[in-house]
Design a protein around this ligand. Structure first.
Ligand code: GLU
Length: 443
């Protein structure tokens, strides 16, 4: 990884399955790396040992692979504690990290008092004034410290790749706790340590992290940087603007996959919703990467629309070439059949009954009132070879001899031949089925 080459990371916590909202930063980072010839790191933020599981970690990799994301490097924060300890030591030495001994109840009392005085509930930094003796007395009492980062308390400015110039005033924030009393790290410090040690050049993440960025820029600087560039994207929300929580199972990527959505449809909805680009098919992630500039990501909310996902999914299927789908097709569906059937699919799984319909034994139901008509149809069935004109040759003759037209002419034929009310045009299906199969279905 040379300095000129961008390095991005996607940093999920393995505390649940990825959902559509998580796919957005995962993909925006991937597309950025594709567009700029950069590297993509998957970093599992698993410092919360109680909630992180191996199963979720595996699930994340499976979901990313399904979307077409293949990280150049995978790391886990749980393997990197030594780096965080080293950073902790440096921050203590430079006076930026200090022990604080207040209990949660004591902090709540302080916040309550601030509220009463109409002041913002910012930590009063009482711990910064403690003498060594006072600290020892607390520890003798059995208190263990948590560790706070001493903010500069200044306007931290940065040029956001998506939102433009930003200012986060750390004077209006409490000194953040970086290390809990039990010695475990919150996300804030490990993330910065990793970004530095992995040479991350661009941090692309949700706009819920903007104020974190103010804190983290101070930490980058306190640790000697370099400070990466930041881009904060709008979050995917439901139709009413409600957040797509990680726990909202129905939009988990694994469920969407099991439901039969195309990875490309999910990708495009996750990326293009809330941008100035139309949510429409792209031939590849590379083509999407080439088109999408971060200036096209809107500053308002990105509202997910389930109907848009469904219709895009169908559109993608309708344009899928045989070569791109051949390995997923059931036996009995060749290129000619695919080209006829694809235009009727909403989801890929809709193809399942078609090998049987095209050549198997199907139970067909004819209305008794149509039996005589179908017997005539059988008699008039043209000889092979068949092509797309066969249907019209056949039905023109049938129309003349039976006097039927419109639905009365066509519907009994569709029902007898396919046992379905709908499907691709019969003129295209007929040559796929062939004369033997068709004859067997006409009573
Ligand atoms: N684990 C953090 C999250 O999921 C990562 C945020 C970041 O990209 O820095 O919110």
């Amino acid at each position: 990884m040379t300095a000129a080459r961008p390095v991005v990371r996607y940093a999920p916590s393995p505390t649940g399955r990825l959902h559509l909202g998580n796919a957005r930063p995962a993909l925006l980072n991937w597309l950025f790396a594709l567009r700029h010839g950069g590297d993509y790191v998957l970093r599992l933020d698993d410092t919360d040992v109680a909630r992180s599981t191996e199963e979720f970690a595996q699930g994340i990799e499976t979901d990313l692979a399904w979307l077409g994301i293949t990280p150049a490097l995978k790391v886990r924060q749980s393997d990197r504690t030594a780096l965080y300890e080293e950073a902790k030591g440096r921050l203590i030495a430079s006076g930026r990290l200090y022990p604080a001994y207040e209990t949660e109840e004591e902090l709540e009392i302080k916040r309550g008092r601030a509220r009463l005085l109409n002041k913002p509930p910012i930590y009063d930094r009482a711990a910064l004034a403690l003498t060594d003796q006072q600290k020892q007395a607390y520890e003798a009492e059995g208190r263990v410290p948590h560790w706070r980062f001493r903010l500069d308390g200044r306007p931290v400015q940065f040029i956001d790749l998506i939102k433009g110039p930003q200012t986060v005033n750390t004077a209006s924030m409490s000194d953040p706790v970086l290390i809990r009393g039990d010695g475990s790290y919150l996300y804030t410090l490990p993330s910065v340590v990793d970004d530095i040690s992995l040479g991350i050049t661009h941090v692309i993440r949700g706009e819920d992290h903007v104020s974190n960025t103010g804190t983290q820029i101070e930490i980058f600087e306190a640790l000697g940087g370099p400070v990466p560039q930041f881009g904060h994207h709008n979050l995917l929300t439901g139709a009413e603007g409600e957040g797509l929580s990680k726990r909202l199972g129905s939009l988990s990527l694994s469920e969407l996959r099991v439901d039969g959505f195309e990875a490309m449809a999910v990708t495009l909805v996750a990326v293009l919703t809330g941008t100035s680009l139309a949510v429409e098919p792209y031939p590849s992630l590379a083509a999407l990467a080439e088109r999408l500039d971060f200036s096209m990501i809107s500053h308002g909310p990105a509202r997910f629309d389930a109907a848009e996902l469904a219709s895009l999914n169908a559109r993608i299927l309708h344009g899928l070439a045989f070569a791109d789908v051949a390995r997923r097709l059931p036996a009995g569906i060749d290129e000619a059949a695919w080209l006829v059937l694809r235009g009727n699919l909403q989801k890929f799984g809709d193809i399942a009954p078609w090998p049987e319909i095209l050549s198997g034994d199907i139970d067909h139901h004819a209305d008794p009132a149509d039996l005589e008509f179908l017997a005539l149809a059988r008699e008039l069935l043209p000889p092979e070879p068949w092509d797309e004109t066969t249907w019209s040759t056949w039905t023109t003759a049938l129309k003349a001899q039976s006097g039927r037209k419109g639905r009365a002419l066509f519907h009994p034929l569709r029902l007898a031949l396919t046992d379905r009310e709908d499907g691709p045009e019969l003129k295209s299906l007929l040559p796929l089925m062939g004369r033997t199969v068709s004859l067997a279905r006409l009573p």
